[in-house]
Design a binder for this molecule. Structure first.
Ligand code: PBG
Length: 327
């Protein structure tokens, strides 16, 4: 035999030398859930090691994240009250708007990205306004754009619309530009599937739809060409980064989008993917560190440049403890 692939696997050093995909902390965005109230730091039962934090508890958390080397967070807000129109999403004194101001006050260098959607704020739990029993696209656009603007006015560095209304990237771009925020990028949840893997998040954000499901706006998991059309539209409308969500069951989509477009590609390693691993670890069935690193590496190998993950802090800790090679 002349060709022996095992030669390049024979030692740790040579494996390190030929490794094609290496995670770095620069790849990660860490999601944070903020709630109204004081002194609240409650572990989210469906997302172990992740917390509901009140504004006054952000200082410690942000400093910890910063010291771990993470430089980007994705904010989700849980308002005290919800209504039909999701008005808490675009209120100047809304929970996310307050959290943005506080994080920027604590740590200017932390990049604050906001999830732009109405579902945490609507009494019916859908991502837009309801008309005739369904989410009405065009009347929702104005509210989504207004929400994005309110986040940016509060100091957000980037907005990430996750509502899946047609035309929302264009609506946000227009609104931001009219208000002199032409330098604020949009990371669009371009191919967001109607996935069962958002279950733990909806429990964490109290945002499960109160009737029906999200299939009239989020994508059918069976479709790939449709994802490419969604990405194309978002790029035409002015998206700066396109996102695929969830990640693990959609590695083929990440790969295809990576090959077909030249924007940075983000992937959301969603709550159900995290919870699945956590549950298996709790049962003693998987080695958490090895499985998490393997899973996140596969997302990067598929083509994602940016990974949103509840594991970001653990990854940072593991890198500090052992160095990336030991993983
Ligand atoms: C809001 C939103 C959701 C997630 C991110 N933004 C929930 C949903 O669409 O129902 C899910 C994130 C996760 O599961 O980790 N629309």
């Amino acid at each position: 035999m002349i060709k022996r692939p095992r030669r390049l696997r024979s030692s740790e050093n040579i494996r390190n030398l030929v490794r094609e995909t290496v995670l770095t902390l620069n790849d990660f965005i860490y999601p944070i859930f903020v709630v109204e109230g004081n002194g609240i730091k409650n572990e989210i039962s469906s997302l172990p090691d992740n917390y509901h934090l009140s504004i006054d508890m952000l200082k410690k958390e942000i400093e910890e994240i910063y010291n771990l080397g993470i430089r980007a967070v994705l904010l989700f807000g849980i308002p005290k009250e919800k209504d039909e129109a999701g008005s808490g999403a675009y209120a100047i004194g809304g929970i996310v708007q307050k959290a943005i101001r506080e994080i920027k006050r604590i740590c200017k260098e932390m990049m604050v990205i906001t999830d732009v959607c109405l579902c945490e704020y609507t009494s019916h739990g859908h991502c837009g306004l309801i008309r005739n029993g369904d989410v009405h696209n065009d009347s929702t656009l104005e509210l989504i754009a207004t929400t994005a603007l309110s986040h940016v006015e509060a100091g957000a560095d980037m907005v990430a619309p996750s509502d899946m209304m047609d035309g929302r990237v264009a609506a946000i771009r227009k609104k931001l530009d009219e208000n002199d925020f032409n330098n604020i990028p949009i990371m669009a949840y371009s191919a967001k599937y109607a996935s069962a893997f958002y279950g733990p998040f909806r429990e964490a954000a109290f945002s499960a739809p109160q009737f029906g499901d999200r299939k009239t706006y989020q994508m059918d998991p069976a479709n790939k060409l449709e994802a490419l059309r969604e990405v194309e539209l978002d790029i035409e409308e002015g998206a700066d980064i396109v996102m695929i969500k969830p990640a693990l069951s959609y590695l083929d989509i990440i790969n295809e989008v990576r090959n077909k477009c030249n924007l940075p590609v983000a992937a959301y390693n969603v709550s159900g993917e995290y919870a699945m691993l956590k549950a298996a670890v709790k049962m003693g069935w998987l080695d958490e560190k090895k499985a998490a690193v393997e899973m996140l590496t596969s997302i990067k190998r598929a083509g994602a440049n940016i990974i949103i993950s509840y594991y970001a802090k653990d990854i940072a800790r593991w890198m500090k403890e052992d160095g990336i090679h030991a993983i």
